[in-house]
Design a protein around this ligand. Structure first.
Ligand SMILES: *Cc1c(COP(=O)(O)O)cnc(C)c1O
Ligand SMILES: [Zn+2]
Length: 422
């Protein structure tokens, strides 16, 4: 590891706010806060450990209208909101009465993350990685991406003044490619799946050429992953400082799901919400459902698959956090379920038609799983439920291709009446 990086980490410990160490999720070994991501003892993944000071609802509510209102619970410096960053978050929690009625649910909300700066939830995680990259003195921001991350990294790098070079699998949606390219960094398509891209990035990190590179979801992953906790904090605050009873979360690597659980637990521990049971449900596309299959079969390990689904943002065949997702869903009394591409498209339209929310395919996956688990009697129709939409439908227009004008007519009242539309 680059010496300069380690030095700057120790000399600027307060750059990480209340974070005090990295700890191994498998064996508990602790490490200084640095650009490391795997345990030397057991190769387990590292995560950020904190010693929180006093945090109150009022101190949070007085904060900025972005994820930085929760900065006391994140690995970021006190003055974070004054640094050049995309300032994502505080996206709407939409009360979804019409969808609830259609599905036979008593109380439903859609946490709609499509309104983030680059139109997906990824701005939350990248915001953490940017701060870590700054502290460690990296000069290039990079990532392996299923699409949304590429755009989020390229944009954040442009704003914060990093060089960027991001890697995607060839064949992504046009909107995601354009969005990743427009910010002026390098965008490299790799002939292969996301898992191939990820392997390639690990190789690059091991090479001296990659020494000054911060890969947001590899060597900065412990920091990056913490950004997903802000979804948990926002949902609880927007519900009036209360945890939902059920929540449906999409799974790509599984990081978001496990960190939402971590966020809920922190809120309970800090006394910011009442301790009440919540159930976490994971959602995958049938064409890439390694975690759902492990769940069905009662396995503890994930068998990698080769993805084939329109839900490209979730197409990770070998999800790093898969086993932890299984743990969380078991512990909370949840489940992991999958839906077909056809059900994804149907569900995108259902959510748009009932709530005016245009989801990307990942939102079709969660809405589809919500519907399926209700039909199966796995979800409780009486319990307060939140479903996540993590991306914008404008990025996956092909999924709803064929949706278009009702009629094309001459500009006359007569023509309108003749078309039978009145
Ligand atoms: C990346 C992504 C997710 C979740 O990713 P995890 O790797 O599971 O944290 C969910 N939805 C969208 C749209 C994404 O781009
Ligand atoms: Zn370990």
């Amino acid at each position: 590891m680059a010496l300069t990086a380690t030095e700057s980490a120790t000399s600027t410990a307060s750059s990480f706010g209340s974070a005090v160490a990295l700890s191994c999720r498998e064996c508990g070994s602790r490490y200084d806060l640095g650009p490391v991501f795997a345990c030397i003892e057991c190769f387990g993944p590292l995560e950020v450990a904190y010693e929180f000071g006093a945090v109150t609802r009022e101190s949070i509510e007085r904060g900025p209208k972005s994820i930085w209102r929760y900065k006391a619970l994140l690995p970021v410096p006190e003055q974070v909101e004054s640094l050049p960053n995309m300032n994502p978050g505080l996206t709407p929690l939409v009360r979804a009465d019409r969808l609830a009625a259609e599905l036979g649910l008593r109380s439903l909300y859609v946490k709609d993350d499509s309104g983030n700066p680059t139109h997906s939830f990824k701005d939350r995680v990248v915001a953490m990685a940017v701060e870590a990259a700054r502290t460690f003195g990296f000069t290039t921001l990079s990532c392996s991406s299923t699409g949304n991350l590429a755009g989020a990294v390229a944009a954040a790098a442009a704003r914060a003044g990093f060089r960027s070079c991001v890697f995607i699998p060839a064949g992504l949606e046009e909107a995601k490619v354009v969005m990743a390219a427009v910010y002026g960094g390098q965008l490299v398509a790799i002939e292969g799946t996301y898992d191939d891209v990820n392997r390639f990035c690990s190789e690059l990190i091991g090479d001296p050429a990659g020494e000054e590179w911060g890969f947001v979801n590899v060597n900065l992953r412990p920091y990056y992953a913490e950004g997903s906790k802000t979804l948990a904090y926002e949902i609880a605050e927007q519900l009036g400082w209360r945890l939902p009873e059920q929540i449906v979360i999409p799974i790509a690597s599984g990081s978001q799901l496990t960190k939402i659980d971590k966020g809920f637990q922190e809120l309970v521990k800090l006394g910011l919400v009442e301790d009440r049971p919540y159930r976490i449900f994971g959602a995958q596309a049938t064409g890439c459902s390694p975690v759902a299959r492990a769940w069905e079969n009662g396995y503890d390990v994930i068998q990698p698959v080769k993805p084939d689904t329109i839900a490209k943002s979730l197409a990770i065949g070998n999800p790093a956090d898969g086993p932890y997702v299984l743990d969380v869903c078991r512990r909370t009394g949840g489940a992991v379920e999958h839906v077909s591409d056809e059900e994804i498209v149907d569900s995108i339209k259902l959510l748009a038609r009932t709530e005016g929310v245009f989801a990307e395919t990942a939102g079709g996956v969660t809405t589809g799983v919500l519907r399926k688990l209700l039909a199966k009697g796995v979800l409780d129709p009486e319990a307060e439920t939140v479903v996540l939409n993590t991306g914008d439908g404008l990025k996956t227009l092909n999924a709803v291709a064929g949706t278009g004008v009702t009629a094309t007519i001459k500009p006359s009242l007569r023509a309108f009446k003749d078309a039978g539309l009145l």
